[in-house]
Design a protein around this ligand. Sequence first.
Ligand code: DQA
Length: 156
Amino acid sequence: MPTKKKSNTKRKKILVLHGPNLNMLGQREKKIYGSISLEKINNEIKKESKKLGIEIEIKQSNIEGELVNYIQKAGKNGCKGILINPAAYTHTSVAIRDAILAIKLPVVEVHLSNIYKREEFRHKSLIAPVSTGQISGFGKESYILGLNALTSIVRN
Ligand code: DQA
């Protein structure tokens, strides 16, 4: 009798995390971040997730500890990977770095701006060395590229 192939139709879930001040996109430093709002970026992410056939959960917080909590709970909530723009915490947060080290999920770090083209204090990411990879400098496309990369990682 032919063995029944295990169906793999269950959609994988990815957590999309936005850090501090990203709720101000569209109003803040438009020369750097453009005039797109976070809501519009989230809509583009949702559209792409539908194309990719994955499920997403999107959160934004200005509070470091809240981001840590989301990272810690991601696995329990059924997420198979995290796409994160840690914003300013990229350059300062040992707590977010430790939270990523404490979980077993792949993490892709994204930035709208090219952090290596900006002030020197932005050149250092505490998150990149504990992430699967980093995408920086493509505006909203950074999220789309990151989502595609993470999707293929969680699928394999
Ligand atoms: C950012 C870059 C960070 O340096 C900055 O603090 C942000 C946004 C980006 O997406 O380009 O808030 O993460």
